[in-house]
Ligand binder design. Structure first.
Ligand code: PEP
Ligand code: MN
Length: 341
């Protein structure tokens, strides 16, 4: 059960609600976010929830028979929209584009990418400065110095930044330069990191774990929300299966299923999802028609020279061609809205 409280609830009303919840044998955890005060109540007894709804100070109450409650559609029917300011939004029915290199490499690379994104009217740039790499000898990112340079170029162009945070100790230093914190697939169950991001007020994009299930992705989101941050984006980026013909198996089933289960926006990363440059556009377009609220794409002026993930990175020409096809599909999708309702 989720009880939403009025923002100006009086102390006596709070106590009365607490007593009633306890009387029914439920344990309550209070969650205060940017947008509301929630009590997540766990218990088994059956009772008429109108008894709670009738109490002064209660804004709304719903039974949520799902393990991951705050992220569930069972209490919040309308879609959550992530508002990055200046009309830049994720989850508003459009397909938000987030594009940039796998890794931030140099001032010149960032400047070239920013110029390209401005020309393409893409408002969110991705780029890793703390890189989780399978080999300790591979390029592991430019760190904070790279992030400051990345932020300066993007701020000047009105572009928002999404970048990966690998550990909770990095959050404070990164905070001023980041618009969306990305949690990578390898950290999908780093519960201390998720707790800490729940205590910030910036949006968090959660990648699905390397072999993560839908419920595990929702549980990661529940960690963030239950710590006080409800600005969360779910990201399908492919899972490890027995298939070796491509880097991962992009599970587009996840898009409609996550959107049915959760009110949070769902975006797709076809670059890591298939890992093959030639087929990234196919899967990106398929993701749009599956209902994705956005795409996270790796692009580079010279993909063959990229310091990481060049094999799955689109050139600017390939990206421009894909963006225009996405626009066409968005119009098709708008006419078929009944599919997603
Ligand atoms: C990335 O986005 O560059 C990245 C490392 O992604 P993932 O965590 O999905 O592997
Ligand atoms: Mn990458």
């Amino acid at each position: 059960m989720i009880i939403q409280l009025h923002p100006e609830i009086a102390a006596a009303q709070r106590s009365r609600i607490g007593e009633t919840v306890a009387q029914f044998g439920y344990d309550a955890k209070e969650v205060i976010t940017q947008h509301g005060i929630y009590w997540v109540c766990v218990g088994t007894a059956g009772f008429d929830i109108r008894r709670i709804g009738a109490l002064a100070g209660v804004k709304d109450v719903h039974r949520v028979d799902a393990a991951n409650k705050l992220v569930s559609r069972l209490w919040k029917v309308e879609d959550t929209i992530i508002d990055l300011g200046n009309t830049i939004r994720i989850g508003d029915g459009s397909c938000a584009l987030m594009a940039g290199p796998c890794s931030v490499e140099s001032e010149e690379q960032v400047a070239d990418t920013v110029a390209f994104l401005v020309q393409q009217n893409v408002k969110i740039m991705r780029g890793g400065v703390f890189k989780p790499r399978s080999s300790p000898y591979a390029f592991r990112g430019l760190g904070m110095e790279g992030l400051r340079m990345f932020a300066k170029a993007c701020r000047a162009a009105g572009i928002r930044i999404i970048t990966e945070v690998m550990e909770q100790e990095q959050i404070d230093a990164m905070y001023d330069y980041v618009d969306v914190f990305q949690v990578g697939a390898r950290n999908a169950q780093n519960f201390n990191l998720l707790d800490a991001l729940g205590k910030t007020d910036k949006p968090v994009l959660l990648k699905r774990g390397l072999s993560g299930t839908i419920d595990e992705l929702l549980a990661a989101a529940e960690y963030v929300f239950s710590n006080g941050n409800e600005q969360i984006i779910l990201c399908e980026r492919g899972i490890r299966t027995y298939e070796k013909a491509y880097r991962n198996t992009l599970d587009l089933n996840a898009v409609p299923v996550l959107k049915e289960k959760s009110h949070l926006p769902v975006v797709v990363d076809p670059s890591h999802g298939i890992g093959l440059r030639a087929h990234v556009p196919h899967m990106a377009l398929a993701a749009v028609m599956a209902g994705a609220d956005g795409l996270l794409l790796e692009i580079h002026a010279q993909p063959e020279k990229a310091l990481s993930d060049g094999q799955q990175t689109l050139s600017f020409a390939e990206a421009a061609s894909l963006f225009s096809k996405i626009k066409t599909l968005e119009m098709v999708r708008e006419n078929w809205m009944d599919l997603w309702q």
